[in-house]
Design a protein around this ligand. Structure first.
Ligand code: C2O
Length: 730
């Protein structure tokens, strides 16, 4: 794995001494999916947006130069356009705690590539970015996207807990085209500094995979859902449907649905009808839905092998980078023990061979290769969405030729998603709650380790739950608004990006009273009738104070929760029926059938938080708090809201910036399930000097759905034109 002793070159800068890893030695490893590392030091001339943290040991810099291009590949055997980084698919970033990460991202995508935004930005999911709020990579929140033909250099110190993270695009729907990967933060001192005993480690990046491009699918979500509002020119809403495959480390085979008899499953129960059919694809214009687009000879058409040596124990870093489905990952013939949740140590716990991951979540597990040497299935089974095929990889014992196991895969039908009591049995590691408790014969951490940057040793910080200073509540609904569009909303506000297209972080930096000045009161929000219609001053985004004002009628706009440094904020998130709170402009009678609720993974940027409780039904201010775990709740960055349920988290406002709080289902976020937490507005640092310029048109949201308009505004790639396939369904 990553070498622990890095040769270093030290440069004398004006104000500070900076040491560089010899990048080719430190970060360029032999794996085929490793990102290309560069040794140029030119980026060091640009400082981070905040002074270097005081650091007795000069940090190194992991430098990457990324060129994003389109290539033809077949990750699940079906040939299509994918996005690659330096011609590699879903590369991994490795960095050591305390070092700087510098990634110069060149958007070399063709200008005609379908976009719902005007470029790309890269987010580092799970990193708190304290002091580096301009580097969070969120389109129109922390930065404007990098337009085609331009580049932007991310540079920040990885002052974070060691563990498993991911990176992905956060401006458009490019996650679904593969623009994402693992981000591993290694402990200073390497494995020996961490608390667990294992021999080797491997990463399993899980994606769901569609045969259509992400943005093309996203655009269809903007069309009228209400058929009476659809025209021949606008076309109508079409759900992205189910992914055609699940990939593991960038490989799968959509024809694997044949392995399971063509059956999908729902909640662990096999369907009685054929639900995964090879003709059910969404394909780019001009492509056949049939062979030969799916040939075994296509580039990438193979199952991933995870090779282990008999007797050894492995730390497997499981990452869910899916855009939609909740996954149950199982290791045939092997039990696994969970040791971390979203890079946060937990009391080791095993549920047998399987682990559940929602989109954006990570679990590190220990697996000992103690079965008879052979080939075993690794399966990733979607839950809650019937008909999605599972993905498969092979757990291969060294010395035994890798081949598909001869046993039948155990799915579908055999494994149910975690129960409420299983979810609530995952606890923070006791040693994190008892600083000073001896938990391992680990070496003393380096002096630069702080409570923001701990490794799991006897010097771990005190992570006891602080008392709250404030509670806010959010109702998650799926309103149908007066334009005939369907949205996801938090407290009746569906997030939308509207001109003037400036990032909210820049707005707040320029005017710390921005939120107070432009907040729109709830009573001004009624009677929106047209897409993009503004309330209040023109050319200013609508701002609603989440948890304070709750509009009577659903609407679109910026949805902001403004918090001061020092607050301890408790968020109660309630899943509510789709059309609750006047959430259907057609009126109660028509809305009556729209009662559905779905499970959602929610992610908060800039923070880890305590998950105090997850429950079924409706949160009750009188009885629900009795169920809160204030002793050893899991401390993470992405959590699950059950269908027909609620969940409560608590976080400390200790990080100035604009941080997203959103559903991590790509498509739900795109049509509104998103909120900006504006934190410590007056403490935001200066923007970096290479900040991308902002465009006149922000996103595809609110496009007026006519072929000429869409073609002239978003380009003539052909992906945007209406079609008549499919139709609305709840
Ligand atoms: Cu992984 Cu805001 O996202």
């Amino acid at each position: 794995m990553l070498p622990r002793q890095f040769p270093r070159i030290c440069l004398q800068g004006v104000a500070t001494k900076v040491c560089l890893c010899l990048a080719a030695v430190c970060y360029l490893t032999s794996g085929p999916t490793r990102a290309q590392a560069v040794s140029s030091s030119s980026g060091l001339l640009r400082g981070p947006s905040r002074a270097l943290l005081q650091d007795p040991r000069s940090p190194g810099v992991a430098q990457y130069e990324w060129h994003l291009t389109v290539a033809q590949a077949a990750p699940d055997c079906f040939l299509r356009d994918v996005i690659t980084v330096n011609r590699q698919f879903q590369p991994t970033i490795d960095v050591t705690q305390g070092d700087f990460l510098q990634v110069n991202v060149f958007n070399d995508l063709p200008a005609t590539y379908p976009q719902t935004s005007t470029g790309v930005s890269i987010h580092w999911h799970g990193l708190s970015q304290k002091g580096f709020e301009w580097q969070d990579g969120t389109g129109y929140a922390s930065q404007c996207p990098i337009p085609p033909g331009q580049n932007f250099t991310y540079l920040f110190q990885v002052n974070e807990p060691a563990g498993t993270y991911l990176w992905h695009d956060h401006s458009s729907q490019l996650r679904a085209d593969g623009l994402q990967g693992a981000l591993i933060v290694h402990a200073v001192g390497g494995q020996a500094a961490e608390a667990w005993t294992y021999d080797e480690e491997q990463t399993l990046l899980l994606s769901d995979w569609f045969h259509g491009e992400g943005n093309a699918m996203g655009m269809t979500l903007e069309r009228p859902f209400d058929l009476t509002k659809a025209t021949a020119e606008s076309g109508h809403w079409r759900w992205v449907s189910l992914p055609q495959a699940v990939t593991i480390n960038g490989h799968g085979n959509f024809l694997d649905c044949a392995l399971i008899g063509g059956l999908g499953n729902v909640n662990g129960t096999a369907l009685s009808e054929t639900a995964c059919k090879v003709t059910d694809y969404t394909v780019p214009p001009g492509r056949s839905t049939q062979l030969p687009w799916a040939q075994p000879s296509n580039p990438g058409c193979t199952h991933a092998n995870v090779t282990v040596e008999a007797g050894k124990t492995y730390r497997l870093r499981l990452i869910s980078a899916v855009s939609l489905v909740y996954l149950t990952v199982c290791f045939e013939g092997h039990n696994v023990t969970l040791i971390t949740a979203d890079a946060s140590p937990i009391d080791p716990i095993s549920f047998g061979p399987c682990v559940d991951l929602n989109s954006g979540q990570r679990y590190d597990v220990l697996l000992t290769a103690n079965a008879a040497p052979g080939n075993y299935w690794i399966s990733a089974q979607p839950q809650y969405r019937m008909g999605t095929p599972s993905g498969f990889a092979v757990l291969n014992y060294k010395g035994v030729g890798a081949a598909l196991p001869t046993s039948a895969p155990s799915q579908p039908g055999s494994v149910k998603p975690w129960s409420l009591s299983q979810i609530n049995s995952i606890h923070s590691a006791a040693a994190l709650l008892n600083p000073g408790a001896s938990i391992a014969s680990a070496p003393q951490p380096q002096p630069r380790i702080s409570p923001d940057n701990y490794i799991f040793t006897s010097n771990a910080p005190n992570l006891q739950v602080p008392a709250k200073t404030r509670t806010v509540g959010f109702n998650q609904t799926q309103p149908l608004i007066a334009t005939g569009q369907i949205r996801w909303a938090l407290n009746n506000v569906a997030h939308d990006t509207v001109p003037p297209c400036t990032p909210t972080l820049l707005d707040v930096y320029n005017n710390p009273n921005y939120v107070e000045q432009f907040a729109v009161p709830a009573n001004a929000i009624r009677n929106l009738t047209a897409p993009g219609q503004q309330v209040g001053a023109s050319q200013q985004p609508d701002i609603y104070l989440g948890g304070v004002n709750f509009p009577d009628q659903p609407t679109t706009g910026l949805n902001i929760l403004s918090v001061d440094l020092g607050e301890v904020v408790e968020i109660v998130l309630q899943n509510s029926p789709a059309s609750a709170f006047n959430g259907d402009y057609r009126g109660a009678a028509t809305a009556a059938s729209r009662t559905g609720q779905e499970q959602h993974p929610f992610h908060l940027h800039g923070h880890h938080f305590w998950v105090l409780a997850t429950g079924n039904g409706t949160w009750d201010p009188n009885s629900s708090p009795a169920s809160y775990n204030l002793v050893n709740p899991v401390y993470r960055d992405t959590y699950s809201l059950l269908a027909n349920g609620w969940a409560v988290i608590r976080f400390e406002a200790n990080n100035p910036g604009v941080w997203l709080y959103h559903c991590h289902i790509q498509w739900h976020m795109f049509i509104g399930s998103n909120l900006y937490v504006v934190e410590g507005a007056e403490h935001i640092s200066k923007p970096p000097d290479n900040y991308p310029a902002c465009p006149a048109i922000c996103t595809y949201e609110d496009a007026p759905y006519t072929t000429p308009y869409v073609a002239s505004t978003y380009g003539a790639s052909g992906y945007e034109t209406p079609d008549a396939v499919g139709g609305p369904s709840a």
